[in-house]
Ligand binder design. Structure first.
Ligand SMILES: Nc1ncnc2c1ncn2[C@@H]1O[C@H](COP(=O)(O)OP(=O)(O)OP(=O)(O)O)[C@@H](O)[C@H]1O
Ligand SMILES: [Mg+2]
Length: 750
């Protein structure tokens, strides 16, 4: 059995422990997924298990495909017959066969998020409720949360705590909506995404014969990324494994990043209780990354209190230090990333696909995409759309296009009733027909609405054309940014998004803000002479046109950190390492939130095999204003021995892009402090009121200093002169710390 040679002793132990409950809790890059793969191969090849009897559940379809591929390499085509997929895809398949048992037709439809939201919208309307209070997104995420905790609408309506909660949120009708929504789904023979898991639980609960059938079929059950399963998923696996108990889960508590969607890290702890015979394997050797990266990752996660103890180490070579890149703006950050990729590709003979750029929020992709396009580097966005393809961006762009060119039919169709202004499909149809029949531009129909439409419809259309006219006037007088901001506000689009407080809604709002930021940068750039909205639109149209015919097989990967779980790349850039961006301001209500952000940083850093770059910008346009940004607190948490400042890039790039550096820009305002400040530790130091960082060029051993977080301490020693200069300081309350002086903020006391 040759393949067993590719495993270290604990990995091999896990692979060979085929029967009975097994949990592998291990750090990033220690071969958890590899063990699962080899275990499946081993079950088939050495134990003679029929591939049909093996079920493996992964987090993404991509992960499943990859795993299948790897098993095929180990044991050949037989691997094809194992059951492998995400929870949703696997149990959708099973429900297809069994749905009649729970009253659904076998050809039931699966509603995607858009379908679900549209149904909720109708329900809210029929119930005559205010759709500003009961927004589809908010309602859906509430219902989804309930389903993931296996709370049916019946339970929901009768639970006093839930009721009190909804009443506190001024949404007392939530349970009623849930009920009607669910009945309507049922009547339409449809399930939403969460129903796929919810109904599987119902099926297994109410039909023991069927449960028994699948218990027989899936003699071996395996779950990857176990730390991110929710209650509903956990119970399905528990039921399936109840008889044979051949269940193997692998996970890393330090990489749990989906709490906001109901994932429950408690599942790991419960597992030990649920299976008294549990065999636990720890994997601590990392095979993915260099020593520097492993050490840095360890130092990051060590700051979290809530974690299982693990010592991750590696035999891999030391590797390069982690590179810290400072840019003067988000666009410069993009250019630095693109230039570095370009140089590294040439110097090290790497492919585009060896690189990944990871960011905290989707809207950050904009600056990266533009820089990569300009340098002609092929990229792909995984798990999302490219910035200019996103709905909210297309909506606002459609407004701008229509204001610039009132004959633009596609733009017209997008915006005529968005946000809702009571112009229905029939009216739109009438307008289009009128324009066609009389062979006149749409705009002419709109401005003579009374001739073509009657009553309410005519009035609504009249209001619309008046609004567009006022935008046109503004556009003539103002620069692109002022015109676009005004359009975003007056059209009601910004408000519509702002009021949607779900994660998705926030994301959309940020994207629109980011588009406005891009326009502001365009206007502020002295190289652009024509600052009109039309000129900006043209530039963007040309930029996005490159999309066609691009071969995407060898592409740099751009994605959010959330989507990067389980993947690895030779070189990884984690961009936007700034306070309020990462850790995200939106997610910082409590210590737990901060710890989840930190786990995200841990996930991001551990994707890198050979080289990790952390980049940040000192200014960034937010809400149309150029704001100062502070480097992320996370940067200070990385062991300074593994990090260095990229002097070459900082110097040469600053020169190359002098024209666009932040100096000389107008509209500069100071940093806005968020009003919620999270607790880093229980006894955080409060900086003195007059705290101002000192120049540390002459800092020497023996001096007394104050640090904004660690408080007072005395300098023990100074190491390495120049840009990587470090100070070891003994803090009164926080012990000894080594800080990189180029970004540690210290006030010298004496
Ligand atoms: N014993 C081994 N010998 C050689 N390479 C190994 C060994 N174990 C793991 N690897 C390699 O190390 C890398 C990381 O492994 P894998 O992706 O399985 O880790 P993981 O624990 O699942 O990581 P993550 O926590 O990020 O999901 C892969 O490239 C894998 O092939
Ligand atoms: Mg993995």
């Amino acid at each position: 059995m040759d393949y067993l040679k590719g495993l270290n002793p604990p990995q091999r132990e896990a692979v060979e422990h085929t029967d009975g409950p097994l949990m592998i809790i291990a750090g990033a890059g220690s071969g958890k997924t590899r063990v699962l793969t080899y275990r499946i191969a081993h079950l088939i090849h050495a134990k003679g298990v029929d591939p049909f009897n093996i079920l493996s559940l992964t987090f993404t379809n991509k992960a499943a495909a990859e795993m299948k591929n790897r098993i095929e390499k180990l044991i050949g085509l037989e691997a094809r017959n194992t059951w492998m997929g995400t929870f949703h895809s696997t149990f959708a398949k099973i429900l297809r066969v069994e749905s009649e048992k729970i009253g659904y037709p076998s050809n039931f439809s699966i509603y995607d998020t858009d379908d679900s939201k549209s149904l909720i919208r109708s329900v809210v309307k029929e119930m005559k409720l205010d759709d500003k209070v009961y927004k589809p997104n908010t309602v859906l995420s509430r219902i989804s949360g309930a389903k993931n905790r296996l709370i049916s609408w019946e339970t929901y309506l009768n639970d006093p705590f839930i009721k009190a909660d909804d009443e506190a949120a001024m949404k007392p009708k939530m349970g009623e909506i849930y009920k009607i929504y669910q009945k309507r789904l049922f009547k339409s023979g449809a399930m939403d995404f969460d129903d796929l898991l919810f109904n599987t639980n119902v099926l297994f609960r109410d039909h023991l014969d069927i449960l028994n059938k699948y218990q027989q079929r899936f003699k071996y059950v395996m779950v990857d990324e176990f730390q991110d399963t929710n209650v509903s998923q956990y119970l399905i696996t528990k039921k399936l494994a109840a008889v044979h108990q051949n269940i193997c889960v692998v996970g890393d508590d330090a990489q749990s990043i989906y709490a906001f969607r109901g994932a429950d890290i408690q599942n790991i702890l419960n597992f030990e209780k649920d299976y008294p015979d549990l065999f636990v394997v720890k994997l601590e050797q990392n095979y993915r990354s260099t020593k520097n990266i492993v050490q840095a990752a360890n130092s990051i996660i060590a700051k979290n209190k809530a974690q299982l103890k693990k010592d991750i180490w590696t035999q891999n070579h030391e590797g390069d230090q982690i590179e810290l890149i400072k840019a003067s703006s988000d666009n410069e950050e993009g250019r630095m990333v693109a230039t570095t990729i370009f140089e590294e590709k040439n110097n090290k003979k790497l492919n585009n696909s060896d690189f990944a750029v990871l960011y905290r929020t989707n809207s950050q992709s904009r600056a990266m995409e533009e820089a990569l396009r300009k340098m002609n580097i092929t990229y792909k966005i995984v798990g999302g759309l490219s910035f200019y393809q996103r709905k909210e961006i297309k909506d606002l762009m459609a407004y701008m296009r229509f204001v610039v060119n009132r004959d633009d039919e596609e733009a017209f169709k997008r915006i005529i009733n968005y946000p809702k202004r009571g112009i229905g499909d029939t009216t739109v149809e009438k307008i289009l027909v009128a324009a066609y029949d009389h062979d006149i531009p749409i705009w002419e129909v709109l401005t003579n609405a009374n001739n073509f439409l009657s009553g309410r419809a005519a009035n609504a259309v009249d209001d619309f054309s008046t609004t567009i006219k006022s935008f046109s006037i503004e556009m003539e007088r103002k620069d692109a940014f002022d015109a676009a901001s005004s359009i975003a506000k007056q059209s009601g689009l910004l408000r519509e998004l702002y009021e949607d407080k779900t994660i998705e809604g926030l994301n959309r709002y940020e994207n629109v803000q980011e588009l406005l930021n891009a326009i502001k940068e365009y206007v502020d750039n002295p190289e652009n002479e024509d600052k009109s909205l039309g000129a900006f639109l043209q530039e963007i149209a040309l930029l996005t046109d490159n999309d066609r015919d691009k071969d995407t097989t060898d592409a740099v990967t751009l994605m959010t950190i959330h989507s990067s779980k389980g993947l690895e790349f030779k070189q990884v850039f984690v961009v936007g390492m700034e306070e309020d961006l990462f850790p995200s301001q939106m997610m910082m209500q409590s210590r737990e939130d901060l710890e989840e952000e930190r786990r995200l940083f841990y996930v991001a850093s551990t994707r890198a095999m050979e080289k990790l770059y952390l980049t940040y910008a000192t200014t960034r346009y937010r809400f149309g204003r150029l704001l100062n940004c502070e480097p992320s607190r996370f940067l200070e948490e990385v062991d300074p021995m593994c990090i260095r400042v990229n002097k070459k890039l900082s110097a040469s790039m600053a020169g190359a892009f002098r024209n666009e550096s932040s100096e000389g820009r107008s509209g500069f305002v100071g940093l806005q402090k968020p009003n919620v400040r999270p607790m880093t530790t229980a006894k955080v130091h409060t900086p003195s009121p007059d705290f101002k960082p000192s120049n540390t060029n002459n800092l020497a051993a023996g001096m007394k200093v104050e640090h904004p977080k660690f408080g007072f301490g005395s300098v023990q020693k100074i190491e390495i002169e120049g840009i990587n200069r470090k100070a070891t300081i003994q803090f009164d309350n926080f012990g000894e710390k080594t800080l990189l002086l180029s970004f540690a903020k210290l006030r010298i006391i004496e």
